[in-house]
Each structure stands twice: as C-alpha cells, then as structure tokens.
Design a protein around this ligand. Structure first.
Ligand code: SAH
Length: 356
C-alpha cells in the first residue's frame, strides 16, 4: 500500500471506477504523492534510463540537428529553444554545450523548459546553472516566436485511455475495486465516435489506446512553428498507430503490476505517432515521416562521433562507451523501438535526417 492507494480507494468508493487516464494522472502527478512530484526517477539508482542519460552523443546529435535547421531557416533572432519534460536537464545541457560554437546561436536563444515536477525542476536548474532558463507550466505559455523544440520520452508519460473492441462498440479500461483492492476492469460496451477510423483495422477483442492530452500540446507547438518558423523533434517509444495493450509500470528497472504501488512506479504507454502527426498537420505544420531512432542517429553521423570519442577512451570507459552506442542504435535495444518525428513550417525546412 502507498499513501495514494488509500486516496484512490476512497475516491472510487465515493464516485465509482475511474478511467486509466485519471488513474495515471494521479499516480504520476498528484501534488503530494505523485511519482514525478516526489522523486528523480532517472538513472541507474532510479527506475528507468533515457537516451540522454545513456550517452552525451544523443544530445550532441540532436543539438547539431536543431542548430543546422536554425541556420537553414535563416538564423532568426531571437528564437525560443524549448524542451518538454526535460528530466534532469541532461539533454538540454548537451544541446547547449554542442551549439556554443555555432555563430550567433547562443546570443539569439531563449531557453524555455516545460516541466510539471518540482523535484526535476530543481535538477534542471542545477544542470543548467550556467544559462538563463525560463520554466513554464504548459506549452500554452511559450512565446509567440520562432521555436525549436525537443521532447524525449515525454509523450509516453501522458495519461492514456484504453479501449477493447466489442462488436460495434468499445469497452473502456477502468480502475475499480474488488474485495477492497484496486483492480482493472472494463466498462460496458459503448460506441466511440472518435475511434470510428479504427473500425476497419481492428477486430473483436483488439485493444486501442488514445492519449487525449497529446493533441492539444502538439497543436500549440505546431501553430507557432507554422506561423513563426522553427521545428520540433519528438522521440519516444511507440509506433505509428496504437494496437494492443502497452500500459506498463516500471520500478527499479523491473516491470511491475501498475496497480500494486500507485505513485511509486513509473507508468507509461507507447506513443501513437499518427495522432501527433494529425494534430500538427491540422495546426498547419508539415510533418516528417516517422523514423526509427537508430536510423536517425546513423544518418546524423553518430558513428563518426562515437569513433572520435572512442579515441580518448580505454578499458572500462571504452567498453561502456561502446555499450552506450549499441544501446542507442541497435535494433535489439532502443534502435527500432524508439521512433522520431519532426515538425517544420514546410517540407523543405524539415531538420536534417528527416524525410518529408
Ligand atoms: N526527457 C527526459 C525525461 C523523460 S521522463 C529524458 O529523456 O531523460 C518524463 C519527463 O516529463 C519528466 O521530466 C516528467 O516530470 C515530465 N512530465 C511528465 N508529465 C508531464 C506533464 N504533464 N507536463 C510537463 N512535464 C511532464
């Protein structure tokens, strides 16, 4: 039992079963007991590790990709360099370090971070102490200006709804009570007009997930990019379209029961990039093809960067550097499970590495 278990049980007793989205949202961001609110979950001593935490190469490559695109778009000044869900600030620190030598770029940029967790905000402030940084509650607060934005493993942390096909309708996954403990169940079948496009590629019993919070966020970003210029790069695990149950909980790098310890385990779901792409297109931005992380990093020269860094290393440091390269790029690790998508004002202005 966690402090959140009690609160959730009481709420369900009063108002009935809650959707998976409500449950996830409380578990991750409850102001007192939420997972992200109360801890720094990243790294070896935490619950999961992300690409920027695995190797500086990830942030360097993404940083140079954004910088080249800023040059290709005429080096507008001032411009906003933003990140959503910056974790420990490692990716932004790597981006800022590697772009220092790009003439005019640092003089033009205004760093904005969108972060919900006070604990991680503090970690970001430490990692980025050398820079002037503005924190925002939401992307709605981003200035009306050219915008280069990155999000790594952000969208997977947003609450999802999960539906199981039942004839012409859908049954929604809900968290309820059985014998006084939290259990997952399904609502009665009901029509879901929003899932109409999925009637043709699913059958009875298939599971489809939606992420209601994602589209409004992408809309804000895409609107600015379409109007003022810039680009966004989203990297996450997932696929083009949601199919199957991808709701999962991680604690201390192990998969655990998502209901067992609310607020103590990281809850995520795979990202359906099609939904992000549609929101961006509807807001007037152009969207790249979705590309696997390994392929993108390969196109942007990670092998050359890895070799250059390797010349300065030996022994265990060299071994772990090679392991990190593999982890980021190999199909058996993050190389194909993770995908990237870019947004730009026009197809010609997509960042390097991305195809229209
Ligand atoms: N991008 C980082 C961290 C990924 S973890 C990395 O790659 O290492 C997810 C991040 O998103 C955390 O910083 C978490 O606090 C933040 N986050 C989760 N939900 C959020 C929300 N609704 N609004 C803003 N930030 C959120």
């Amino acid at each position: 039992m966690t402090p959140l278990t009690d609160l959730l049980i009481r709420r369900i007793r009063q108002t009935g079963p809650m959707s998976l989205a409500e449950f996830m949202s409380d578990c991750l961001l409850h102001p007192e007991h939420g997972y992200y609110t109360t801890r720094d979950p990243l790294g070896a001593g935490g619950d999961f590790t992300t690409a920027p935490e695995i190797s500086q190469m990830f942030g360097e490559i993404i940083g140079l990709c954004l910088a080249q695109n800023w040059l290709d778009q005429g080096a507008p000044s001032p411009f906003v360099l933003a990140e959503i869900g910056p974790g420990r600030g490692t990716l932004m620190a790597d981006i800022l370090r590697v772009t220092k030598t790009v003439p005019g770029l640092h003089a033009a940029l205004q760093v904005h971070l969108i972060e919900a967790s006070p604990t991680l905000k503090a970690a970001q402030a430490k990692a980025l102490a050398a820079y002037q940084v503005t924190w925002l509650e939401s992307v709605m607060g981003l200035p009306e200006a050219p915008l280069w934005l990155v999000a790594n493993e952000f969208f997977d942390a947003l609450p999802i709804r999960q539906f199981t096909r039942d004839g012409a309708g859908w049954r929604e996954a809900q968290v309820g009570l059985a014998d006084g403990t939290l259990t997952l169940g399904l609502s009665a079948a009901a029509p879901m007009p929003k899932l109409a496009p999925r009637m043709s590629d699913t059958k009875d019993g298939d599971i489809v997930e939606t992420c209601p919070a994602a589209a409004p966020i992408v809309t804000e970003i895409a609107t600015r990019i379409a109007q003022y210029g810039g680009a966004a790069v989203f990297v996450d695990y997932g696929d083009w379209r949601s199919l199957g149950d991808t709701f999962q909980a991680l604690e201390a790098h192990q998969m655990v029961d998502p209901l067992a310890r609310p607020g103590s385990a990281d809850l995520t779901a795979h990202v359906a990039f099609e939904a992000l792409a549609h929101a961006a297109q509807n807001a007037g931005a152009v969207v790249s093809q979705m590309i696997p992380q390994g392929m993108l990093l390969g196109r942007l020269g990670i092998s050359a960067r890895a070799e250059a860094l390797a010349t300065k290393l030996s022994g265990d440091a060299l071994k772990s550097h090679i392991a990190a390269f593999d982890r980021l790029t190999s199909p058996a690790e993050m190389g194909t499970l993770f995908k990237a998508l870019a947004l730009a004002p026009t197809a010609k202005l997509l960042p390097p590495g991305f195809d229209a």
